[in-house]
Design a protein around this ligand. Structure first.
Ligand code: HEC
Length: 162
């Protein structure tokens, strides 16, 4: 290697080091200002387990997103369920899951095969568990408005106006 080449390599190395240090410094800074993930659940460990179990078993994720778990091939524009418990009451969820015709409670803009199915055939215990689990899915206040907006736009297909 010639002297000139070494010098160039050294320079490249120095530039890379400075970039790395800057990146590290910025990611450190970001931690202080990044408010983090706004979604959380108030469920007890038992409810969280039972609720998530039903959610998986009943294939809710074939249409919905929750905790970023979604169907890779998802094409259904169903609302995300993260934070939904800050928008609706537990009794509402229970009635919704128990309704033979959920669209009588929440109208749909979708083709029948994409609409929310009725879960009236589940046992009462299962419907109560699902409702309690949904009600436990909360969003921090600073992200409530964005959550409401996203839900509104999914449900209506229209832009949200405050
Ligand atoms: C076939 C797709 C599909 C499946 C499966 C499905 N949903 Fe839905 N769900 C929807 C759609 C679409 C909506 C919006 C209303 C509509 O268009 O019928 C909805 C609405 C909801 C809502 C009301 C959301 C809001 O914005 O208030 C809740 C809660 C919900 N679903 C929970 C569940 C749970 C829990 C399961 C599993 C037990 C489930 N869904 C399974 C498609 C689905």
């Amino acid at each position: 290697m010639r002297k000139g080449e070494k010098w160039v390599l050294g320079l490249i190395g120095a530039v890379a080091l400075v970039a790395l240090a800057k990146g590290l410094w910025q990611s450190g800074m970001k931690k202080e200002t990044d408010p983090g993930i706004p979604f959380y659940s108030t469920a007890s460990p038992d409810l969280a387990r039972a609720g998530w179990d039903l959610y998986r078993r009943l294939e809710c994720k074939s249409c919905h997103t929750l905790w970023t778990v979604r169907n890779m091939f998802e094409s259904v524009p169903a609302p995300a369920l993260d934070g939904i418990g800050s928008l609706r009451e537990e009794a509402w969820f229970y009635n919704y899951f128990s309704a033979p015709d959920p669209q009588a409670i929440l109208p749909s803009r979708l083709k029948p095969q994409y609409r929310m199915p009725s879960y009236a055939h589940l046992s009462e215990r299962e419907r109560r568990t699902l409702a309690a689990y949904m009600a436990s899915l909360k969003v921090q206040d600073w992200y409530l408005e964005q959550t409401r907006q996203a839900e509104y736009e999914k449900l209506t297909g229209k832009p949200y106006r405050q």
